[in-house]
Design a protein around this ligand. Structure first.
Ligand SMILES: NC(=O)C1=CN([C@@H]2O[C@H](COP(=O)(O)OP(=O)(O)OC[C@H]3O[C@@H](n4cnc5c(N)ncnc54)[C@H](OP(=O)(O)O)[C@@H]3O)[C@@H](O)[C@H]2O)C=CC1
Ligand SMILES: [Cu+2]
Length: 349
């Protein structure tokens, strides 16, 4: 390591320790405020809570102070608002204390697009003198408490003031998250919708396979049931239960598998065409690439169904064979008994 890089490292460490002693204020001693406050405290920040009833909120590690909202606001220029949007109103009265400070909005809603504006923009309207940053809303209180952040380290951050955003991202990094800058405060609405979108990457694969399924089914229905009926008055409706599905499933599985590989090829061609691999893919291709795993899993599910149906078919054939052999046995047995009856009658005459 060169001398200059050593110097840089020690400078960075000094910067870190300066950051670590920074005081952060958290408004609200609920689940999330407590978890985030404790986590920041563990990571070396000095934490002050603001609460309606400072004397009632116990259970804080030594060294963490709980004050009234007004007092707490005066202790730091960075305040994390761990309160539900519905209770933001009281912040208007604190406008003077909050003037010029960084307010971090971490709130979520219960429904997608519940309010016309995002919670962060609403906060900006209530406290126009403050710099608002949206962050940490996709991190759960439970994950912060239990330390199981592996799957959800990404913390989306947005805000209009670059410096404030940077400070919030520094806190995120210090407590072990991976902050992702999402741009200006306009992105807050989208970030607030993230936790409410269930399995966002499954939507496209599921809709696509449903559409393909319907298409193939109608095609097979026309070809194997309706056409023979019109042409030869043949009733093939019994194909509907097993034969047709079992023809659709492997085809679907193969088609979906092809769709798993196709975007990679398109992307490669695009990169060759553009002559660089560092430019962004168009949105549709990006989304397609991101749901390849889900497409592959749906393909696997169809392949599995195909296996199950294929195993069912021999059982069906066996049952048919068993019935017909029983009938044949009965018929031959009856015929034999008739023949022997006739023989008996003949010998009697
Ligand atoms: N829980 C979670 O996992 C996550 C929560 N969030 C967001 O964090 C915010 C807080 O959530 P959470 O901690 O779970 O909620 P809680 O209900 O546990 O806490 C909310 C806190 O808000 C304070 N508060 C201030 N004014 C009022 C009021 N008028 N009525 C009621 N409470 C008031 C209270 O603190 P005090 O009594 O000290 O005044 C209360 O403890 C929400 O916006 C939520 O969307 C975001 C991500 C995850
Ligand atoms: Cu097969």
């Amino acid at each position: 390591m060169g001398k200059s890089s050593l110097k840089e490292t020690s400078f960075a460490m000094n910067m870190n320790s300066v950051h670590s002693r920074e005081t952060v204020c958290v408004f609200g001693t609920g689940d999330f405020g407590r978890s985030l406050g404790n986590k920041m405290f563990q990571c070396g920040y000095s934490v002050v809570f603001g609460s309606r009833n400072p004397e009632l909120s116990g259970l804080h590690p030594k060294g963490i102070e709980v004050l009234s909202y007004k007092e707490a606001a005066q202790r730091s220029d960075l305040i994390i608002i761990a309160i539900h949007r519905e209770h933001y109103n009281f912040l208007i009265e604190l406008a003077e204390e909050l003037q010029g400070k960084i307010l971090v909005d971490i709130s979520n809603n219960l429904k997608i697009n519940q309010y016309p504006e995002s919670n962060a923009e609403y906060l900006a309207e209530l406290v126009p003198g403050a710099k608002i940053v949206k962050a940490f809303n996709t991190i759960s209180a439970w994950a912060l408490q239990s330390g199981t952040l592996d799957a959800s380290r990404q913390a989306f951050v947005c805000g209009d003031d670059k410096e404030s955003k940077q400070r919030v991202m520094d806190i995120g990094r210090t407590i072990g998250l991976t902050p992702m800058d999402q741009g200006s405060l306009k992105a807050a609405k989208e970030i607030e919708n993230y936790p409410l979108q269930l399995f966002p990457m499954w939507k496209f694969p599921l809709y696509l396979s449903a559409a393909l399924c319907v298409f193939y089914f109608v095609y097979c229905l026309l070809r194997e049931v309706i056409y023979p009926y019109i042409q030869e008055e043949k009733d093939n409706t019994f194909f509907l239960a097993i034969s047709i599905p079992n023809r659709i499933f492997p085809g679907l599985a193969l088609n979906l598998l092809a769709l798993v590989y196709l975007p990679g090829i398109i992307a490669a061609i695009l990169q060759l065409y553009r002559g660089t691999k560092y430019s962004r893919f168009p949105n549709w291709l990006d989304h397609w690439m991101l749901c390849r795993k889900q497409l592959g899993l749906v393909a696997l599910a169809f392949a599995f169904l195909h296996v199950m149906y294929t195993l069912v078919i021999p059982i069906r054939h066996y049952v048919r064979w068993k019935w017909s052999s029983r009938i044949i046995n009965q018929v031959t047995a009856e015929r034999q008994s008739r023949v022997s009856e006739c023989l008996m009658l003949g010998s009697l005459k």
